[in-house]
Design a protein around this ligand. Sequence first.
Ligand SMILES: Cc1ncc(C[n+]2csc(CCO)c2C)c(N)n1
Length: 220
Amino acid sequence: MASLTQKMHQQAAELWQESFDHPFIKELAAGSLPTATFRYYLKQDRYYLANFGDLHKQIADNLSNPDIKQFLYEGAQGLHDDEANIRKEFFDELAITSAEIAQTPIAPNAYNYVAHMYHELNEGSPARAAAALLPCYWLYNEIGKKLIKKGSPVKIYQQFINTYDSAGFTDATSQMIQIVDQLGSEADQSEQAKMTTAFVRSSYYELHFWAMAYKHQQWA
Ligand SMILES: Cc1ncc(C[n+]2csc(CCO)c2C)c(N)n1
């Protein structure tokens, strides 16, 4: 029988395919993605990452399984240390200054994605919130695996791709899949359906994150 996460994956398959085919990803791999678009992405992703780390901690606070709590607390800490450091290199390389960051408000789709995850936690349950975190790991890991085969001629795009194909990251992705399956096994059918909806909606926001960056989406 298919696991809950396999069912989630199937339900989000079309949205994921659109992410794989999105011009942002195609141009990242080809090396033709405008630097301005990648800079926009990184500046918006800062907001996403900060909230994503915070959500790991808040979800862990609301769960009792010690192994799951540990993974999520370490994830929160790791996001603070690793992605922030990796991103610092990117920011330095692209000369994104703190003044520029201060002048960049969170854009509509990044805002909606973050709000969706907090909604799943605060108005739903920790299990639904954990399901909402999963596409972030899993989709990026699948994108990393697809893109690593050919690589990108642009150094910084290649560095970005490397992040998501690493053994450590693949391992974190499998652990997150197991956590969602574990939480799903403790949930009834109605809760499982809501976890699936949370997963599919995050997949929608992942797709629109590329689109947001590609179009340099603004509030007005
Ligand atoms: C919009 C958006 N979605 C997913 C990721 C990828 N990502 C961010 S944090 C994390 C977990 C462990 O580092 C992963 C996979 C991203 N950067 N931005």
